[in-house]
Design a protein around this ligand. Structure first.
Ligand code: CUA
Length: 179
């Protein structure tokens, strides 16, 4: 069989590297080192890093905290109004228990997140700019306490962005932020 790809003539595998190729290789290595350094620096100085604290928590224990919170919260037409600045949200297939929740703009809240079953993705987006979002992973057995302040009143959507089963795409919740 003849190959459609013709081998180049001569001992092409044993030639000195072309100067221009060396320069491009050098630039490539240099650029990758800059990006590497940048990535490392950015995790130290960037504002985008996940914040807050995580704790190990038993699912049953979290469920109890959730029940106590719901008991203390005020039920309104728009959703639950938390009794203080602690807000509990519990992820489970396929809902965000505790949502909808009604919060005040400009107040710093501690948002507690955990899951009862599998890993879920907590993706929070303002309704008028859905491409703006923060994404957090919610894991069973862990409670993540994230401080959050909403500057702008409006509706914020909680969308699960980690595939968690058949009802994944219906796993929505909302946070209503009022003046
Ligand atoms: Cu929960 Cu996808």
């Amino acid at each position: 069989m003849t190959s459609p790809i013709k081998p180049p003539d001569g001992n092409w595998w044993d030639q000195p590297v072309n100067r221009r190729e060396s320069i491009w290789l050098g630039l490539g290595v240099g650029w990758s080192l800059i990006l590497f350094g940048w990535m490392s620096a950015w995790t130290r100085v960037g504002d985008q890093n996940p914040i807050g604290e995580t704790y190990r928590v038993d699912s049953e224990e979290y469920r109890e905290k959730m029940d106590a919170y719901k008991e203390a919260a005020t039920e309104t037409e728009d959703g639950l109004v938390p009794p203080g600045t602690d807000v509990y949200i519990n992820a489970m297939r396929f809902q965000w228990d505790g949502a909808p929740v009604v919060l005040e703009a400009g107040t710093e809240y501690d948002i507690h997140l955990s899951s009862m079953d599998v890993q879920h993705g907590f993706s929070l987006r303002p309704e008028e700019a859905l491409s703006k979002q923060i994404n957090l992973q919610v894991l069973p057995g862990y409670e993540w306490v994230v401080p959050m302040t909403f500057d702008e009143p409006g509706t914020y959507h909680i969308i699960c962005n980690e595939f968690c089963g058949q009802g994944h795409r219906t796993m929505h919740g909302t946070i209503v932020v009022e003046e």
